[in-house]
Write a protein that binds this ligand. Structure first.
Ligand code: SAH
Length: 342
């Protein structure tokens, strides 16, 4: 499970080999990733034999959207589940990764939240999701999309800012070891205000997405339990601090739930917050989960919500929901496995 070894310590894999072996290995793991050790062609067979790369097994691989979306459910040796979803577009290939197995935030509409927390993922387990997708893309491509991970979003399972130190190390590896640009990496948070401030002070400038879902404390507390600890004003002012420190405009994520947060009142309050943050709003219709009666709005209701935002000058996109036929929404593949008792 070489991805659990710090890339700077790879010399420890073959203590008796010359130093360039560690460089070759680092290159195969992080620069031109391969799915199997046999593909590491400049490393002698006897050294390659028995090398274990991945800190997980691929339990399921599901393909949707005419081959443009691939979802993996990965399983760590201790049974922890990790999900990653690869999405191909015309000019970018985005990988959605997990920062924790399960999640402790318990947002009411989220499948991961409904099934609870398993454990934090280590930095190597976070980085290995990207390496696996990169190795897959190098071998198979993804239609006409770029055959490499161009964008990374922490929107799979878990709350990245509740697993700060491991996420921080993972981002160091993405930027330093793999050579990705920080701006192509989006950290999505439900609003851990002190950690947003900490992120603002890091040397790299990643993109920040704040999952708001409600524009006043009364409603937000019913959807996002963490709002009791970090109410809206604290989340907004931490996000302002992030913007001041990094010069990066944040995005606001808004999962639209019929009859709950799709009202004109919420739209108007949201528009005011977006103006204050100069934020782009991403609206996504709810992907229904097994344990609640929440439903997405009708297309007409979603359109009315978007139009109301646009009319007040907000910058807003209705995001397409990829991979619905393979439960690609947050935590849904794991949820289905749990429901089936497997
Ligand atoms: N914990 C982080 C990242 C993981 S969730 C966060 O909250 O941002 C990633 C995104 O998926 C969040 O914006 C979240 O609100 C959204 N999401 C979760 N469950 C969803 C569902 N059932 N339908 C649509 N979006 C959902």
């Amino acid at each position: 499970m070489l991805y659990l070894t710090d890339p700077e310590n790879l010399a420890s894999v073959w203590p008796d080999e010359p130093a360039y072996r560690a460089d070759q290995l680092r290159s195969w793991l992080y620069e031109t990733p391969v799915l199997t050790a046999e593909e590491m062609t400049n490393i002698p067979g006897e050294l390659r034999d028995g090398l274990e790369l991945w800190p997980f097994e691929i339990e399921t691989e599901q393909v949707a959207d005419s081959g443009r979306t691939i979802k993996w459910l990965m399983r760590a040796p201790d049974g922890a589940s990790i999900e990653a979803v690869l999405m191909g577009y015309a000019r970018r290939t985005t990988l959605c990764i997990s920062s924790q197995a399960g999640c402790a935030m318990a947002c009411t509409f989220c499948a991961t939240g409904q099934f609870g927390f398993e454990r934090h993922l280590q930095a190597g387990e976070i980085v290995a999701q990207v390496a696996y997708a990169s190795a897959y893309l190098r071998r198979h491509g993804l239609g006409t999309s770029p055959p490499r991970v161009t964008n990374l979003v922490f929107m799979g399972m878990g709350e990245p800012l509740a697993n700060y130190s491991h996420v921080r190390t993972a981002i160091d590896r993405f930027t330093d070891t793999i050579g990705m640009s920080a701006r192509s990496i989006t950290v999505s948070t439900v609003g851990v205000a002190p950690a947003i401030r900490r992120l603002a002070d890091e040397p790299w400038r990643v993109s920040l997405a704040v999952s708001l879902h409600a524009a006043d404390d009364e409603l937000r507390t019913t959807l996002v339990p963490l709002n009791k600890q970090y109410p809206l004003e604290e989340v907004i002012s931490a996000t302002e601090y992030f913007m001041d420190q990094t010069g990066r405009r944040p995005s606001i994520e808004w999962t639209l739930i019929a009859g709950t947060n799709d009202t004109t009142e919420q739209a108007d309050k949201l528009a005011a917050i977006a103006r204050r943050l100069r934020a782009h709003i991403n609206v996504i219709a709810l992907n229904p989960t097994p344990l609640t009666a929440d439903r997405p709005p009708t297309p007409a209701a979603a359109r009315a919500f978007i139009d109301r935002l646009t009319a007040s000058g907000a910058n807003v996109t209705l995001r397409d929901t990829r991979g619905q036929d393979i439960d690609a929404a947050c935590g849904q593949l794991r949820a289905r496995k749990l429901m089936a008792g497997s």
